[in-house]
Design a binder for this molecule. Structure first.
Ligand code: GTP
Length: 344
């Protein structure tokens, strides 16, 4: 009874859209389905894996959570991805379903192509590609300067090239999806929500549904079991990079800043907001040590919207370091950002 292919759900979505939050919700509501996770992050601080391991869910034990840091899954199929899958499938209790969290900057199509590798194709199938969208970022026009003009252009031409890396990644993710989650609806009013939903429906393939959500709260029954076999219909998933045999990852940049122990988390959060505005930072995340606190502070910024909470106690023997990964478009001024963060 080993012949059935294991379904794999690929969760894509731009930086900070809510992929980890959605997967956390799936883990906590998966009922008796045995899950495994493969997490690919941009930047070398394993924040997402750490958050998901902290869930401590019985049907997704720690050995079923694999992090493939820093690198594009599709470019490291032989070295990283295939061995990671082998290891997951070798477990005594094989997973019923595998979820892959791609990096927010990943183009999903090359990853799906990896499922054509014989060793992978014979054992796995892509159950579905889920694109989770930061509704507020779309409403603010982060991915398109003028959504109406883009919609108009799209009506006239099948595919348009913008040469805007943010927009290209966003559109590729949307156009590859079997299901779109319009997330962060709590930050939208009714009119914005309707406008964003219609914009997403236009960018997605025909008959792909747009489901509205807050904090990624979508029933796993809706997310898993789409049976899309995406590896078999790649041609229907347009990409800005179809013409290029290779893709590079040079449009974006990330670096890690280490901080001394923080005395005033509110001041840090305010400063991170200022930095994001001044330097057009796309994403900040990491764990911070707050003086005198036994808990570590999880700090998450998406654009200038910064959230923070104490997520768990530092473990005995764990290094109490404050490290933040900062991600933006190429040309981020590391020195200026580090200097702003270092201010007392
Ligand atoms: N207001 C609001 N915040 C949300 C919602 N969903 C997620 N967030 C917050 O958005 C931030 C980013 O969420 P993540 O789940 O880490 O996003 P991600 O897509 O995994 O991020 P990357 O892996 O860095 O690309 C976190 O601070 C979340 O708490 C939502 O529906 N509403």
């Amino acid at each position: 009874m080993s012949a059935a292919k294991i379904p794999v759900t690929i969760v894509t979505g731009f930086l900070g859209a809510g992929k980890t939050t959605l997967i956390r919700h799936v883990l906590e509501n998966a009922r008796d389905r045995r899950l495994a996770l493969v997490i690919n992050e941009f930047g070398d601080v394993g924040v997402d894996g750490d958050i998901l391991r902290a869930c401590g869910v019985e049907n997704c034990p720690e050995e079923n959570i694999v992090e493939l840091a820093n690198g594009c899954l599709c470019c490291t199929v032989a070295d990283d991805f295939a061995p990671a899958i082998e290891a997951l499938l070798a477990h005594e209790k094989r997973p019923d379903h595998i979820i892959i969290e791609t990096s927010g900057l990943a183009l999903p199509k090359p990853l799906i192509k990896a499922f054509d590798w014989p060793a992978i194709r014979s054992r796995l199938t892509v159950d579905g590609v889920i694109a989770i969208i930061d509704g507020k970022a779309v409403a603010e026009g982060r991915f398109a300067d003028d959504p109406d003009a883009i919609a108009q252009e799209r009506a006239e031409a099948e595919r348009i090239d913008h040469d805007n890396p943010l927009e290209e990644v966003f559109e590729d993710q949307l156009a590859c999806a079997d299901l779109v989650i319009l997330n962060k609806t709590d930050l939208l009013d009714e009119a914005e929500e309707a406008q964003v939903a219609s914009q997403l429906a236009q960018g997605a393939r025909d008959s792909v549904k747009v489901v509205r959500a807050r904090d990624g709260r979508v029933d796993p029954l809706v997310l898993l079991g789409l049976a899309a076999a995406a590896e078999d219909d790649l041609a229907s998933r347009p990409s800005h990079h179809d013409a290029e045999p290779d893709h590079d990852h040079d449009d974006f940049d990330s670096f890690v800043v280490s901080l001394p122990s923080v005395a005033d988390p509110a001041a840090l959060v305010a400063r991170l907001g200022d930095i994001a505005r001044a330097h057009d930072v796309l994403r900040v995340k990491g764990f911070v040590e707050v003086a005198g606190k036994p808990m570590r502070l999880l700090v998450q910024g998406v654009g200038a919207r910064i959230q923070h909470h104490f997520d768990r106690a530092w473990k005995p023997g764990e290094e109490r370091a404050s490290r933040l990964v900062v991600i933006g478009e190429k040309g981020l001024d590391r020195d200026a950002i580090a200097a702003m963060l270092a201010q007392p």
